[in-house]
Design a protein around this ligand. Structure first.
Ligand code: PEP
Length: 379
């Protein structure tokens, strides 16, 4: 998959254009004499396309799905465009277009084949997205209990596919001890929050630098409980994100609507605003190191879960909003579902195309449940 960078993909499009134009020419029965100018025309077209796709960075701005459609049309259009040109230039020598149906079918088949190949690649690329199960312990467990819980997760980890990335996010007070308990395992440590400032006179706050020094790789930011009970705004979250990145932490940025917003049909607008106000301020490099968690507030700790279809619908929407700003990079961004996720419903939700795992609250407090959720990945 690595070789499928922008240049290779553009080369594929360009080569396809030449092939499509050549096929059109051949199909018109113009003979070898007519082939040369038409092929030149195809080469110029292909070169222009190649230049446009690479230097103008058009390709980078397209999402995977848009690329897929783009490929189809970039094969089909030159084919159709070649026909009148052939007619114009070689009207005298051309036989009747009695094989038009065949030519059209060839064009469609070419485009379709390429699109299918790309679709296959696209699906494989999706499977390359990180699968994550992250546990948000919130303000639960005493330090010794937290250590036991972490040990339990580490002990059972081998029963779950190595392709699943487990993260545990204990309270600040447990971080050092849990880091010790997780030594030798591949379970990553995360914090539930960090300060908006780097250091100084901020009583009671914990800096990103401090949690990074304790071995954290992740930090949950923008959780609805922090937005709701501690008045966290996009302005604060922008600062926290900056602190996280400055200290090498990957933010797990939470978005999600409350019940009234869902019932009023405003959930799309709510998550869009939460993304635009914070994620849109990231650089491309920062965005490449981001995890999003969609957590409908009405499903958190309530026992009510979004249906797999509801989750897929909004995850796909979130990916589109991300793609509007970051293009194809949005396809690599893991989007987790959170909200009463448990062993009994994880598999169905995780099976959805745009769901890349879960941010788990209550069920993360029992090692066996947390691990069982990880087993929900069948893809
Ligand atoms: C959470 O608060 O991040 C969460 C998903 O909680 P729960 O799983 O308990 O609903």
């Amino acid at each position: 998959m690595k070789m499928l960078n922008d240049k290779w993909l553009a080369a594929l499009v360009a080569a396809g254009c030449i092939a499509a134009v050549a096929a059109a020419t051949y199909g018109c029965g113009t003979g070898s004499g007519a082939m040369l100018p038409i092929l030149c025309w195809g080469v110029v077209l292909a070169a222009g396309l190649f230049w446009g796709l690479t230097t103008r960075r058009v390709w980078r701005r397209l999402s995977e799905r848009q690329r897929y459609r783009f490929l189809f049309w970039s094969y089909a259009v030159p084919f159709f465009a070649a026909m009148p040109t052939v007619e114009l230039l070689f009207a005298e020598t051309l036989p009747q277009f009695d094989r038009l149906g065949l030519k059209l079918a060839t064009a469609a088949a070419t485009g379709l084949t390429i699109a299918l190949i790309y679709d296959f690649i696209h699906k494989n690329r999706q499977n390359m997205r990180k699968k994550i199960v992250a546990g948000n312990w919130k303000m639960n467990t005493l330090p010794a209990e937290g250590v036991e819980l972490a040990k339990g997760v580490a002990a059972g980890r081998s029963e779950v596919c190595a392709c699943v990335n487990f993260i545990v996010c204990p309270p600040f007070t447990h971080l050092a001890m849990v880091a010790e308990a997780l030594k030798g395992s591949d379970i990553a440590l995360g914090a539930q929050n960090c300060a908006a400032e780097a250091k100084g006179a901020y009583t009671g706050e914990v800096a990103a630098q401090m949690i990074a020094a304790l071995g954290c790789k992740y930090v949950i930011l923008g959780h609805s409980e922090r937005r709701q009970y501690y008045g966290e705004t996009s302005e604060t979250l922008n600062k926290k994100m900056a602190q996280a990145y400055a200290n090498g932490l990957t933010p797990i940025y939470c978005v999600g609507e409350n019940l009234a917003e869902r019932e009023a049909g405003k959930h799309f607008d709510v998550v869009k605003a939460q993304i635009e106000e914070v994620v849109y301020n990231l650089t491309e490099e920062q965005f490449a190191d981001l995890v999003i968690a969609y957590e409908p507030v009405w499903a958190i700790g309530t026992g009510k879960t979004a249906t797999a279809e509801q989750a897929q619908e909004i995850h796909a929407y979130i990916r589109k909003v991300l793609a509007d700003k970051f293009g194809a990079a949005a396809d690599a961004c893991p989007i987790l579902y959170g909200g009463s996720c448990k062993p009994s419903n994880a598999a169905e939700i995780f099976a959805k195309e745009d769901v890349d795992g879960g941010l788990i609250g209550g069920a993360a407090l029992k090692a066996e449940d947390f691990l069982a959720i990880g087993k929900g990945f069948a893809k």
